[in-house]
Design a protein around this ligand. Sequence first.
Ligand SMILES: [Cu+2]
Length: 336
Amino acid sequence: MMRARDAVSLALLTLPVALYACAGPAPSTTQAPSPAAGGPATISGGPLSTMNMPGVAGQQKACAGPREKTFDLDVIETTGVDLGMGMTFAAWTYNGRIPGPTIEACEGDRVTINVRNRGTTSHGLDTHAMKIDARKYGPVAPGATLKIEKTVDTPGVFMYHCAAGPVTDLHIKSGIHGAMIVYPRNEQLRPAREIVVVESAVYGTRDRNGHIPGTDPAKTAKNDQLFSMFNGRLDNAPVSVNPGDLVRMYFVNVGPGVSAAHVIGSVFDAVYAGAPWVHGVQTFAVPAGAGAMFEFYIPEAGVFPFVDHDKLAFLPFGFALAFASVDVAPGSAVSH
Ligand SMILES: [Cu+2]
């Protein structure tokens, strides 16, 4: 597996650079911005994306738009979604994708979510952004549509996922989850290159053809994943950024366990996981079922992989999302 090897070599290549920077006088850099000075970021491009995750509309559009927003989702039990690296997974999903579509609202919006159950068993939807009678999250029978309505009044990045009574864990871990952003209405976020990243995992056994035919309840019960992923892919292409960019990541951890969110080669300038913002954080803990905004600068030309520092064992499965301002040698996990 070419990509697997390369993901490891990426990490190995990156480490000595970090160590060098610590050990000696600061190496001269040509165009490092000064995050410490708190100056405005150089924004030289639009929202960022990965294969399974389009760019966000953003705070300005969400908050300038109508204060009543409606989102329609379909629960679809697939026979196989492509995870990359030659693997497919018979996932259960919202809208046929892992993760589901990102729901963007603004603080104070009246949000309606219609969930059409196109599956063969009962499904629902639970969004952590709402304060509501939990029974309103379903589930509903196959063929039925669930309607959830509430004003969202807490800004942040929230997980949403299937609500299926006692088997909810199995449904979430089969792929029925996504991110919901509630932008603050009165606090203007800094100009930044924005991206949504959802960390999740697959629990099953792959066959000779790389197909994982379903979720294994014994493995989900033990949080024993086959591998973890960002945005439903094992092999995300590098995200192209520029030196000086401020990146704002809307992050959700589906699980398992705590995500030790970290960017190799940068330090979070600001983190929001519920007021207030905190600053100068190397690694931020996001438990399963939680989310956060991470703001970090691209300090100089190079490659800056976002990782779960507690799950580096999955680097051979491509579990790193590289932010890169440079072309990387062909055959590398961070090549364009
Ligand atoms: Cu479900």
